[in-house]
Design a protein around this ligand. Structure first.
Ligand SMILES: [Mg+2]
Length: 166
């Protein structure tokens, strides 16, 4: 586990669909918990872009997958999960770790064998680190599966985290 809870184990410079599955496999991970809004699609979109759907489909060959969203809308998160045909948790209350640990248990894996992937430090990364999981920070996704143009929130959080010693 990280000694600084705001520091991701792996700070990537790419959106999720550009992450190399090989690079994830090399980290000895068996399960992935994935944030939804701004990690898989923007909040304004309802359809997951093909590039992201394909990445998730390939990832299924190597990992157990589950979506973990703080979004309070069952309808929204269910709709995304259905398109990807994966399990999901909504209203997850990240940075609390309880919803993450529930799924690790369901996966029958050890905490360190599961990664939390998300675009936000103060929710996704903090929750994953608290749970003793591997944490992967991805860039926020823009419309149509592109890289979001400024990633302003992540930039601000990153500066605050650094000032806290991350
Ligand atoms: Mg997010």
């Amino acid at each position: 586990m990280q000694n600084n809870l705001f520091r991701p184990d792996w700070q990537t410079e790419s959106i999720i669909s550009k992450l190399s599955l090989n690079d994830i496999c090399n980290r000895d991970l068996k399960g992935l918990l994935i944030d939804v809004d701004h990690t898989l699609l923007t909040r304004d979109e309802s359809i997951v872009h093909e590039s992201v759907r394909e990445w998730i489909e390939s990832a299924k060959s190597y990992f157990k997958l589950h979506l973990i969203s703080n979004n309070p809308s069952y309808k929204r998160v269910n709709s995304v999960a259905k398109q990807l045909n994966v399990g999901f948790s909504y209203k997850a209350l990240k940075p609390r770790k309880s919803s993450l640990l529930e799924i690790v248990k369901l996966f029958k894996l050890k905490n360190h064998e599961v990664a939390m992937i998300g675009d936000r430090i103060f929710t996704d990364i903090l929750a994953g680190n608290r749970a003793g999981m591997y944490t992967i920070l991805v860039k926020g996704i823009g419309i149509n599966g592109s890289l979001h143009r400024n990633n302003f929130n992540q930039h601000i959080e990153s500066m605050i985290a650094k000032s806290l010693g991350a």
